[in-house]
Design a binder for this molecule. Structure first.
Ligand code: CAA
Length: 379
């Protein structure tokens, strides 16, 4: 068993760490406060190759492995979980979906600019009445021969207003249930496609989350991904990889909060000594560090299995289930170690606690991860 990282993986991790400190840290509190999208920072992430990390160079990507992706997402998430979800959705849902399941014409037209970071993508599965129960798609796509006509509403769409290309799931053959669902590439600006108001969220407030409306939107047949009826399996296959991204985001939130708490505990004095010299704090730090290491191992295991071409659905669900709980608990404990200072914005940990919550919800709630894991166990 090999636990050492390659020189390339270390270089990616270090580049991401430096980028997070230099480019993301300044302004992260303000972006959270004002729900400001990190436009300039995302542009630079594209220049550094972070927006299409695992895409082959021939399609505009960096050609890196999933382990490198986990390392990069962790580093960015330590500082700014809004920037990292923008990156995660673009990489492991949109780019990965197009590279694996799209055809060459779709890869040329859509994947290349997405992987190079020239444009951003969004993944549109959730609906007002189809969140966890994702097979219940109400958005319809009527087959008109050379094109489809889309009608319906999507909810909670990350990169909702900033995206240029949207992967949209819709029901074509209602009688076939999930086997009648298709996935389409929809372009911003197609007549009848409108973006709803921005959600005012508890956390990841720098990312833009919107509902989307489709009213008689004409989508060419050439924009359907895969065979007729492949859309639900497409979404599930893509989400298995996406969950590695969100697990790594949760890991980064946890390790970022832990590192801040560790430093604070060494400088803050109480009862005549640093609070890190009190066993009450030492035990908290020991617990946090152990949980974070376990979460990191689960994330890396899922990434490694994916890189080996092996089945990773259970491993990615386990990584997300575990790491998201660790993110929530660690960020709460980090506030506790900070005391009153943890409750104010300047010390970052209150934002991390707010950001952590969504990792237990999006790309499949913790309850959905347990469904995925138990079904794999009982196969
Ligand atoms: N990997 C691959 N295939 C899977 C799968 C997985 N993890 N889970 C289900 N499937 C396949 C099944 O094999 C089945 O395919 P076949 O019929 O071809 O055999 C098909 O999907 C339907 O599965 P079920 O019969 O098990 O359907 P179900 O309704 O009982 O359960 C579910 C499905 C697993 C609960 C699914 O609905 C699900 O994953 N729900 C959560 C949806 C989700 O994660 N949404 C996230 C939104 S995207 C987002 O958050 C992005 C963002 O912006 C950050």
């Amino acid at each position: 068993m090999e636990f050492n990282l390659t020189e390339e993986q270390i270089a990616v991790r270090d580049a991401a760490r430096e980028f997070a400190q230099v480019e993301l840290l300044p302004g992260v509190i303000e972006r959270d406060e004002h729900q400001k999208f990190p436009t300039e920072q995302v542009r630079k992430m594209g220049e550094l190759g972070f927006m299409g990390m695992m895409v082959a160079p021939e399609w505009g990507g960096s050609g890196l492995d999933t382990v490198s992706y986990v390392l990069a997402i962790e580093e960015l998430s330590k500082v700014d979980a809004s920037a990292s979800v923008i990156m995660s959705v673009n990489n492991s849902l949109v780019c990965a979906g197009l590279e694996k399941y799209g055809n060459d014409a779709q890869r040329e037209k859509y994947l290349k600019p997405l992987a190079m970071g020239d444009v951003i993508g969004a993944f549109c599965l959730s609906e007002p009445e189809a969140g966890s129960d994702a097979t219940s798609q109400h958005t319809t796509a009527v087959d008109m021969g050379d094109h489809y006509v889309l009608n319906g509403t999507k909810n909670w769409i990350t990169n909702g207003s900033t995206a240029t290309y949207y992967l949209v799931m819709a029901q074509t053959h209602v009688e076939l249930k999930h086997k009648g669902i298709n996935a389409f590439i929809v372009e911003k600006g197609m007549p009848g496609f409108t973006v709803g108001i921005k959600e005012n969220k508890l956390g990841i407030r720098g990312s833009d989350t919107h509902s989307l409306m489709f009213q008689d939107v004409i989508v060419p047949k050439a924009n359907r991904i895969g065979e007729d009826g492949f859309g639900f399996n497409f979404a599930m296959g893509v989400l298995n990889g996406g969950r590695i991204g969100i697990a790594s985001q949760a890991l980064g939130i946890a390790s970022g909060a832990y590192e801040l708490a560790l430093e604070y505990s060494k400088s803050r004095k109480a009862f005549g000594k640093s609070i890190s010299e009190h066993q009450a704090i030492q035990f908290k730090l020991a617990h946090m560090a152990t949980e974070i290491d376990a979460a990191r191992l689960l994330c890396l295991q899922a990434a490694w299995l994916k890189d080996q071409g092996r089945d990773f659905a259970k491993a990615s669900a386990m990584a997300k289930l575990f790491a998201s709980r660790v993110a929530m608990e660690t960020s709460v404990e980090a506030i506790q170690i900070h005391g009153g200072y943890g409750f104010v914005k300047e010390y970052h940990v209150e934002r991390m606690m707010r950001d952590a919550k969504i990792t237990q919800i999006y790309e499949g709630t913790s309850e959905i991860q347990k469904i995925v894991i138990s079904r794999e166990l009982l196969k």
